[in-house]
Design a protein around this ligand. Structure first.
Ligand code: 4AD
Ligand code: MG
Length: 465
């Protein structure tokens, strides 16, 4: 007989004479003539109540079915007489597959998120993390569905790379050189030519540059993969390894890019609202009371668009004492981004046209800027509770301007020869953005720390599991 997932059993339309369940014991309560087991198999938030009659021959095993044990139940699905559930299972055969030591750390009492991070190998069995990872799976599916429905092609960009896509230099080295005794060149420097790939290589910080290659061939593409950043950030929104979705669109300008970002974010929220109802209700109850109303509000309203220059004026007229005062040309800090989206506009905001000097080399220079006020066609989407969730831009498609940008950022043209070639052979206006997958997941679940929406967090000093 095939195992019935608990989700299917709970949604049954009628009683069943024979059912096989397999799962883990959440709780067990022993009464005189029966034991009640709440069984969970992760297929959904709720468990199914199993009743094991003390008269059953298999009842001798019941003492081995502590919280955390894995068990198999064969029996009947019957209408429940107790309140709170429609169906329960009356056991006819009861087998303990794997006992759980009394030291099983996930007992009924509430645990702190910090403690649960230390047992990341067991936390998926808790209600909260079961819900997080079911939503994560659905969100990934919705990402592909959105782009596939729009006829975007999925491109697998490399994880090992020799180029710094963001030009920011926060990259992890990939090497097989003997670090205690590396080969040296004549002048005593490490001889990278003898490394595995014959040059210095890194883990990628973004698939964008390679995605641009494909956009300039297949027109509409997207990537969805892991990215790595060696910044020493200890915030609740930064991870050293995270997943990013990067669409890249040929024949598209900044306006089209912002439109796509807004449509995408709303599509994802709507999908999760419709397909993860029970898990979202759980988050609304136990994680963030305002979650559902906030998500619905975001779906209804058009996002605000505000230029960087306007944003700086708003911040300076706010009367706030900023920890980092902001003048035109400065980067917006988290406190500024949160103020704009949470307090001033009270809605998601796309800030666009940032100063050229603080943005990446590949962004398109805005024509006709006043001297000293040069901007690029960049955009950041800021959402309440998180701040930046998307960063993107129209790309510089003009060879001479791109070379200017590279010089400004002290990048060596030699390392980007193929990227420059795209501007030599049939260049087109194009644009794209990156959505931080974990930040989106924080937004739809209300979970406040990025470490709690990724299965195994990699942050400075931490790479357990
Ligand atoms: O703004 P970023 O750095 O943009 C890029 O990498 C561009 N190449 C994207 C593009 O245009 N194709 O990163 C994009 C998004 C951010 O808005 C944020 O949501 C997320 O990636 N992100 C991080 N998420 C978690 N931990 C980190 N350390 C992150 N750094 C960026
Ligand atoms: Mg950014």
């Amino acid at each position: 007989m095939q195992r019935t997932p608990i989700k299917a059993a709970l949604n049954a339309t009628g009683p069943m004479d024979a059912i096989l369940l397999q799962g883990w014991v959440r709780t067990r309560r022993d009464a005189k003539a029966f034991s009640f087991i709440e069984l969970n198999d992760g297929s959904c938030l709720k468990g199914l109540q199993v009743i094991v009659d003390a008269a059953l021959p298999d009842y001798v095993h019941i003492a081995k079915s502590n919280t955390g044990a894995s068990v198999e139940v064969r029996g009947k699905l019957v209408e429940s007489k107790g309140g709170g559930q429609k169906w329960e299972v009356v056991a006819e055969k009861f087998t303990v597959l794997g006992e759980a030591d009394a030291t099983y750390p996930l007992q009924k009492k509430g645990h702190t998120m910090e403690f649960l991070r230390e047992i990341a190998h067991l936390r998926p069995r808790s209600n909260l993390f079961g819900a997080v990872f079911r939503v994560r799976s659905r969100l990934a599916y919705a990402v592909h569905q959105f782009f596939q429905e729009k006829n975007f092609y999925y491109v697998h960009t490399p994880i090992v790379t020799a180029s710094d896509a963001e030009g920011a230099g926060d990259m992890f080295r990939v090497t097989t050189l003997d670090l205690t005794n590396p080969p040296k060149t004549e002048d005593g420097a490490v001889d990278n030519a003898q490394d595995f790939f014959g040059k210095k290589t890194f883990l990628t910080v973004s698939g964008q540059l390679e995605a641009e290659i494909f956009a300039c061939a297949l027109s509409n593409v997207y990537t969805f993969g892991p990215t790595f950043r060696a910044e020493n950030s200890h915030t609740s929104r930064h991870a050293s390894e995270f997943w990013m979705i990067e669409p890249e669109v040929a024949f598209c300008d900044l306006q089209g890019d912002m439109d796509l970002a807004e449509e995408f974010v709303k599509y994802l929220i709507r999908d999760i609202r419709e397909n993860c109802v029970a898990d979202l209700e759980f988050f609304g109850k136990f994680v963030d009371k305002d979650l559902l109303s906030r998500l619905d509000f975001v779906l209804e309203k058009p996002f605000v668009r505000c230029s960087y220059t306007e944003a700086v004026e708003i911040l300076n007229q706010s009367g706030r004492a900023w920890e980092h005062p902001v003048a035109w040309g400065d980067n917006l800090q988290s406190e500024h981004e949160r103020y704009l989206t949470e307090e001033h506009f009270k809605c998601p905001v796309t800030v666009y046209n940032y100063p050229r000097a603080i943005k990446a080399f590949y962004m398109r220079q805005t024509d006709g800027c006043a001297p000293g006020r040069e901007t690029v066609a960049a955009m950041d989407l800021l959402v309440p509770g998180i701040g930046e969730i998307i960063g993107g831009s129209q790309r510089e498609e003009r060879l001479d301007k791109l070379k200017e940008g590279m010089a400004l950022h002290h990048l060596d043209e030699k390392n980007y020869w193929w990227y420059l070639d795209l501007r030599r052979y049939g260049t087109v206006p194009h644009a794209g953005f990156g959505l931080g997958f974990e930040r989106m997941l924080m937004f739809v679940t209300g979970v406040a720390n990025i470490r709690d929406v990724i299965p195994f967090a990699r942050t400075p000093g931490t790479a357990e599991f």
